[in-house]
Design a protein around this ligand. Sequence first.
Ligand SMILES: Cc1ncc(COP(=O)(O)O)c(C=O)c1O
Length: 432
Amino acid sequence: MPAANEFSGSDPLQFDRKHLWHPYASMIDPSPVYPVVAANGVRLQLADGRELIDGTSSWWSAMHGYNHPVLNAAAQQQLAAMSNVMFGGLTHPAAVKLGQLLVNLTPAPLTKVFFSDSGSVAVEIAIKMALQFWIAHGQHKKNKLLTIRGGYHGDTFMAMSVCDPVEGMHQLFGSVVAQQFFADKPHTKFGEPFDDSELDSLKKILIDHHEDIAALILEPIVQAAGGMHFYSADYLQQVRHLCDDYDVLLICDEIATGFGRTGKLFACEHSGVSPDIMCLGKAITGGYLTLAATLCTDRIANGICSGKPGALMHGPTFMANALACAIACASIELLISQPWQRTVRNIAQHLREGLEPARALSSIADVRVLGAIGVIEMREPVNVAQLQQQFVDRGLWVRPFGKFIYTMPPFVIGNNDLESVIGGMVEVAALL
Ligand SMILES: Cc1ncc(COP(=O)(O)O)c(C=O)c1O
């Protein structure tokens, strides 16, 4: 039998094209996909032997690159003991250790951890925590959410309801998507003087509707899939104050930003803000396995559990998957045992210097960098399949979306490879 990492059958790519659904893809006229047979460090190896330098960290998750010996060893060690056991009525060392790491590393008042399978589910759980908190307090009217335009929180239904109402899937799914409150998105860029008037629309919603609002959910500092927008840390600070003033819980979705990506371990630290509920995912396992966590404070957990039915009503089959937890522990320990801030600063400096020439191109609206995130924003949406081919032809894996050509490279990327990614981004942007 061929190994699972070898393509087999007469035309495996034809099978893929005919039978396998890819993200946001058509089954009638699918865009091309590139067959990967191995990945090492920051290189993806294609079936035809070509290698691509990865500028995307597999959707921002593989922060240590691929096939990392430390993560591999953690996986093997856990496999030798057990790959998983149910978390109902049982526990295991990997979950306890990961819980300790998360409680220790996230902002202080977050003490309780709920593990789940993916980012979208972590968001569902965060929302459920907020709703259950108010139900437990007899405040059944507080069952709506407030968010800011331009956000992305996942593809499950409650998560979709707080994604940007124009760019998200609200129109497609019509009345099935819950109706929520949307405030204007903050325009002051990260690091620029904050204009208080940006809070007007948020304040107005809170004044008029706080009695109906359970929680405000946002991506702290970086609105990622909603537009790679880096906003003012002061804005987030003000949001925290307003939530307190109007008795609305604050949920920070750190699924894209967590674990050092923005230069802080968690992006809310740029504002010195701590949420009531925090969602983590993506890089939590260094991109090896799907795992997410929703953390909350004692106040939230005690509130939920002192009401009826005395428990948080959620419990996925693969909750706290032992293999994923063991790898997550290894990944987080690997990160914090290294001078990761210096690494991220170095990546940021290269991105700033290298992407700057793109600013002169007439087709480009903006160039911006925060931590290990570099973005070229085009004036018009790009043809993803065409640009993808351009990158692959240059030996690079950069996957644009919308108007954005961006990179979030693995932290282990060397300067030369990083220069190649950056140079490729500028070159491809210049073609448009
Ligand atoms: C901020 C944010 N929240 C939630 C999600 C959803 O995570 P998942 O794709 O693991 O369900 C994403 C994914 O891109 C995200 O960036």
